[in-house]
Design a protein around this ligand. Structure first.
Ligand code: KG4
Ligand code: ZN
Length: 336
């Protein structure tokens, strides 16, 4: 029997995206971003995001079908992000997906965006099977999870305050860098050294939990004090020292969790996993510990529709379909 053909749609924040998968094979992965437009305002303006999605959705979906070389009539199901995210933005993708599923008489699958980030690894390695430990680091979440099966997760620990991506965005603002901050902090850090001592965060303590507020406050004070005193400081060294402090702890605790759980496989997902320094150090630490690491391609760490289709496939196989009355959910917990 042929594997299911699933269209994924994502519109929770500033990317309008559509992708097609057949089983775990990625056939197309299209994206129209309003991030540059949003950058002018220093963050995502919800009203602008909704309008940009409305402009883009009718373009990106046919684009994804065309790139995959399939017609909409061949689809087995439509999977769409229903939360978490900006209400008006979510409604654009969700309403479009409902119309499509209704007219094609195929199932609608409502996907939790964060579960999508976790499912991205399955597209990277079609042979990947739970159990494994996952590092999730995005703009809204930072956690270490133990995947018992494709649908069952145990949360081993998470951030007690800010998410890692949020910390990158705030430090970027302090350093005068544009939104979204992560890639700009990373680029600036490349020219710097990790020479500034940083707070230890929850290193060696707090189980698999994290805390970013102390690190953030420390850097804000460091920069403001230097500026008030008219002292020279290296922005690149600040970025580099922050990046090491913020990411080393994620890598260490993820490898520790894999050891404790006795699993030989580690995966990761979310925008922060696009960071080159994190990717290199997680790869090195996993190799040292004899762990197999499955990292989604950078493009599938930040928001995309392929990951929504991948989680859609899991829900499709579980027979978990949504009624046409399903509504957008701006905030939903990880575990739904
Ligand atoms: O997963 P994502 O695209 O959206 C959410 O679901 O939140 O994550 C966005 C976050 C932002 O905070 C952004 O600054 C961060 O991921 N990010 C990065 C990098 N690329 C994106 N952080 C560090 N280094 C990067 N290269
Ligand atoms: Zn995301």
């Amino acid at each position: 029997m042929k594997e299911p053909l699933i269209l994924g749609i994502e519109s929770s924040c500033d990317e309008t995206a559509a992708a097609v998968i057949r089983g775990r094979s990625l056939l197309s992965d299209e994206i129209i971003s309003s991030a540059q437009l949003q950058a002018r305002f220093g963050g995502v303006v919800p009203e602008l995001a909704s309008r940009a999605h409305t402009d883009a959705i009718g373009e990106v979906v046919p684009q994804a079908l065309k790139a995959a070389g399939v017609s909409k009539e061949e689809l087995s199901a439509v999977a769409v992000t229903y939360g978490a995210g900006l209400l008006g933005a979510l409604l654009v993708g969700l309403s479009f997906a409902k119309g499509l599923a209704y007219s094609l008489h195929i199932p609608l699958i409502a996907v939790n965006h964060i579960r999508g980030h976790l499912a991205a690894a399955y597209l990277e390695d079609a042979s990947l099977e739970p159990p494994f430990v996952t590092l999730l680091a995005s703009g809204g979440h930072t956690a270490i999870l133990y995947a018992k099966s494709e649908t069952q997760f145990e949360i081993l620990g998470g951030t007690l305050d800010d998410a890692a991506g949020e910390a990158f965005d705030k430090i970027a603002r302090v350093l005068g860098l544009p939104y979204p901050g992560g890639p700009h902090v990373e680029a600036l850090a490349r020219g710097g050294n990790p020479s500034i001592p940083m707070p230890r965060m929850l290193k060696g303590a707090g189980g698999y939990n994290f805390s970013y507020s102390g690190l953030k406050t420390y850097i804000i004070n460091y920069v403001h004090t230097a500026e008030q005193r008219g002292e020279e400081y290296s922005r690149a060294d600040v970025a580099c020292s922050f990046q090491h402090a913020a990411l080393d702890i994620l890598v260490q605790k993820t490898v520790e969790a894999a050891r404790e759980k006795g699993t030989d496989t580690v995966t990761a997902g979310g925008g922060v996993i696009a960071n080159g320094y994190l990717r290199e150090s997680l790869s090195a630490m996993c190799a040292q510990a004899g762990l197999k690491l499955v990292l989604p391609a950078k493009k599938r760490c930040t928001d995309n529709a392929a990951m929504i289709a991948a989680e859609g496939l899991i829900q499709y196989r579980a027979g978990n379909f949504a009624p046409l009355s399903v509504n957008a959910a701006p905030s939903i917990p990880l575990k739904v």
